[in-house]
Structures are given as C-alpha cells and as structure tokens.
Ligand binder design. Structure first.
Ligand code: SF4
Length: 229
C-alpha cells in the first residue's frame, strides 16, 4: 500500500462534497459518491499494468460475506421496494433471513470461512447494480481461477484473491474519505453485514429515521466495524 497515494484519494473525496449537502439529501450524496468512486476505479484500472480478470456474468465474489454502511443499505432497500414485485422482495428477504439464521453464531473469521449467496444476486447478476455497495464496486481480481478456488474451499483462508494495489488504494481511499465526511454530518458510519442489515431495513420502516441520530441505524444487524471517533 502506497500511503501517500491512498491519502490523496481520502482527501479528494473528503473535500468533494460538504457534510451539509450530505445531510440534506443522503441518497443523492451517496449516488454522487458512487459516481466519483466508479470514475477513480476505472481510471486506476486503465492506468495499471496488470489486467482485471472480472467479467460480466461472473458472480463468484457475491458468495463471500458482504459489508455495507447504513446509508448504502437504505439505498438498496429503496431500490428493491421500488423495482421488484412483492413476491420478488419476499424471496430476497427469505434468503437474507436464512443466511442470518445460519450465521447467527459464527465469529467474524468463521463467517469469512463459509460461502453464502447474496440475497440480491438473481440469475448470477446483481439485481441492485446501480446502488450496489462501495465494497462490491471495489472488489476485483487479477486471477479468476483463484476466485474459483476460494469459493470451492472457503475454509482455506490462506487463499488470497490477487488484486491491483493502485486500484485498491483508489477504491478504499475514496470510501475512507466518504465515511469521514459522512461522520462530520453525524451520519452512522458503522460497517454492517449486508444480509442482516438488509433484513432489518426491510422489516423496520423507522430505520432511516436514525441515520443522523448519533445512534446505530440497525439494532439487530451484525456489526463488522465502527469508524474511529
Ligand atoms: S450487492 Fe450485488 S454485487 Fe454486491 S454481493 Fe450482492 S449481488 Fe453481488
């Protein structure tokens, strides 16, 4: 990791949008952030010597544990309720509930060591592609064979999906800048397990009311990490 390059991405994203704008319309601010993140990732991929192996139709990484911030989960919920029929929504909620029940007693390491299909994956494609979380946008691989091995043997945590360092710095740096700016607006910056947070979002209509409350948006969802104060 080149710390100086990473910091440039953090600062650029932090400066890109004021916390006040974020507070006025968090969903619009999120979409603008996704546009900026997609752009810096694309630019880094084009500039890199190594090539990304990811191709349309491959959804191997959608079977790993997925993580997202509260505002992202709320955007996914809004997209799902606006674009899918009640029976399609019920199928997503049902798979999320089964994943959550299965993972209830798993530690973070155990969770990493098992596969679970994302409830938003339909026919091997992301059904919420325009609002997929930043971590999904960031994930990439230079060797699809390693991704397949990782999916076949999830318990072997020595298998590391290879990535391009410059792309990783751009992707994670913009996320860090976004989270820091969001915190200035007092937005919940907790990183949640997507399955359990999505399930709660679909079941609790009051969740969005807590986005700027200073309290966690999701009360039952599995917490992966909290940002520094
Ligand atoms: S949200 Fe979309 S891209 Fe992310 S894991 Fe789920 S199906 Fe895959």
């Amino acid at each position: 990791m080149n710390e100086a390059r990473y910091r440039q991405f953090v600062l650029a994203e932090y400066d890109a949008e004021s916390p006040e704008q974020r507070r006025r319309n968090p969903q619009e601010a999120l979409l603008r952030f996704y546009g900026r993140q997609d752009a810096v990732i694309d630019k880094s991929i084009r500039a890199a010597k190594q090539k990304v192996a990811c191709r349309s139709g491959c959804s191997t990484c959608c079977n790993y544990r997925v993580e997202a911030r509260a505002v992202e989960v709320l955007a996914v919920r809004d997209y799902v309720t606006a674009n899918f029929s009640p029976s399609q929504q019920a199928a997503m909620v049902d798979l999320a509930a089964r994943n959550v029940a299965e993972a209830a007693n798993w530690s973070h390491v155990e969770h990493h060591a098992r596969n679970q299909r994302c409830p938003l994956l339909i026919d091997d494609a992301c059904s919420v592609y325009p609002v997929r979380p930043a971590n999904c946008r960031s994930f990439h691989s230079t060797d699809v064979q390693v991704c397949i091995e990782s999916r076949q043997r999830p318990e072997d945590l020595t298998i590391r999906v290879p990535y391009i360092e410059e792309v990783f710095e751009a992707a994670t740096g913009t996320v860090a800048g976004f989270v820091q700016a969001s915190q200035q607006a007092r937005m919940d910056g907790t990183l949640y397990d997507l399955d359990s947070a999505f399930l709660e979002a679909m079941r609790d209509a009051t969740a969005a009311d807590r986005l700027f409350s200073g309290a966690p948006v999701f009360r039952a969802a599995k917490v992966i990490g909290t940002p520094p104060d």
